[in-house]
Design a protein around this ligand. Structure first.
Ligand code: ADE
Length: 423
């Protein structure tokens, strides 16, 4: 199906054929989304609604967009990061599925925001965000495009933090479902997805051996836990840095060395930031790092490594390979920054594997249908994914893996809801 009229700004429509095959390949690993798609194709729960999404334009996002379209929505997409777009997938979305797409890998920041505006120009009823840039645009310079919005969803920890801050300040104007906070999202996507895809990005960019390297993981949230565990699995000596005493304690008891970044900076061969905070690797850390240290970020924004300080300390710069920039410092040391400090799993690899995105995007799809019926009765605030939806996704995923569960007997149900029986 080629829709000549669909609006788009993509790299090359000629890449569509390759993109279609990749989207189909990803669909094999997305059985829960497939079940929802079949259900939606019959019921059309989004009929007449316009949905604008600011998401990483990947094969998995394409499957989500197609699912929402099957449900009856008009869908427009822009990227949620300048480096994460898969150009062949963007082409396939436009040429094969007629989905308005505004995203080009490597776009500059002005083009990024132009694309955000273009995705909003269809005047959406529902927004999908990954990092809250769409919501922020609709609450600042694009307020005129907000008039039809009834609700939105947010995919990631950083976005949920931003939106909760907007809600606390009384600035948020419509309800948001925090998809990130669903258990079938962050326990799997953030942990196993980020764990695997971050190392995948570092390996594709550098081809370095991880065994025996000192890998410093900054942050022991769900993403950090995943990265640390996978790096250990590859034979790395993993050091964790944290600001939260309970998380630090957990990292120690999980068997990792924990120390301040000031100490880790001198030891690390590879640094991976996954904190969601800014300047976690700061000037004073860059000053003590070993010659040849590699710096990568897998947090949402490119603020975790102080790149301005790195630039200021630098005498000369060379691009060694795609996504690998060598900074030769004035003292002669060389530091290597991967993917401009942007999320390395999407910049240098393909993001999380489809099998975890299956659950994340099943949450997105169900959250959108929930908003379609419930948003008008919700005040502007940040809401969890309803627990029954979360459970249903877990159940469907297990079913798709051929794994059965036990069920509570009546006796056990009675026991769990009673207090009389003790020692
Ligand atoms: N975020 C992380 N990995 C992703 C993927 N494969 N698709 C969309 N968003 C992602």
């Amino acid at each position: 199906m080629v829709k000549a009229s669909v609006q788009s700004d993509i790299k090359d429509p000629g890449l569509a054929k390759e993109g279609v095959l990749k989207v189909e390949w990803a669909a094999r690993e997305m059985p829960v989304l497939r079940i929802l798609r079949e259900r939606f194709a019959k019921d059309k729960p989004l009929k007449g609604l316009r949905v604008s999404g600011c998401l990483h334009v990947t094969t998995e996002t394409a499957n989500l967009a197609i699912t929402l379209r099957e449900a009856g929505a008009e869908v427009a997409l822009c990227a949620s990061n300048p480096l994460s777009t898969q150009d062949d997938v963007a082409a396939a979305l436009v040429r094969e599925w007629g989905i308005a797409t505004f995203a080009i890998k490597g776009e500059d920041v002005n083009t990024y925001y132009k694309h955000v505006r273009q995705a909003l120009e269809q005047r959406p009823n529902i927004t999908l965000d990954d990092g809250a840039d769409l919501v922020t645009a609709l609450h600042t310079d694009q307020q005129a495009l907000r008039e039809n919005v009834i609700g939105g969803t947010e995919e990631t920890t950083t976005g949920v933090i931003r939106l909760k801050s907007m809600a606390r300040e009384g600035k948020l104007r419509y309800p948001i479902v925090a998809v990130n906070d669903a258990e079938t999202k962050h326990l799997f996507d953030n942990r196993y997805g980020t764990g695997q895809s971050t190392l995948d990005g570092i390996i594709r960019a550098t081809n370095v051996l991880l065994a025996a390297k000192n890998v410093v993981v900054a942050g022991y949230g769900w993403c950090g836990r995943g990265v640390a565990s996978r790096a250990r699995g590859m034979g790395s000596q993993v050091i964790v840095t944290e600001i939260n005493p309970i998380r630090a304690l957990e990292a120690v008891m999980d068997g990792f060395r924990v120390m301040p970044m000031d100490d880790a900076a001198r030891i690390g061969d590879i640094f991976i930031t996954v904190t969601g905070n800014s300047r976690v690797v700061d000037k004073r850390h860059l000053e003590t790092m070993k010659d040849g240290a590699i710096l990568a970020n897998s947090g949402h924004f490119n603020v975790e490594i102080n790149i301005e300080a790195l630039e200021a300390m630098t005498e000369t710069k060379r691009t060694m390979r795609s996504m690998v920039e060598e900074y030769r410092l004035m003292d002669g040391r060389r530091l290597y920054l991967l993917g401009e400090g942007r999320l390395i799993n999407l910049a240098a690899a393909e993001g999380h594997p489809s099998s975890v995105m299956d659950m994340s995007f099943a949450n997105q799809a169900l959250a959108v249908t929930y908003l379609a019926t419930e948003a008008r009765s919700l005040k502007p605030d940040v809401y969890p994914v309803p627990a029954d939806m979360d459970m249903e996704i877990g159940r469907l995923k297990l079913q798709s893996m051929g794994i059965a569960l036990d069920t509570l007997s009546q006796d056990q149900q009675r026991y769990l809801s009673s207090w009389q029986q003790g020692t």
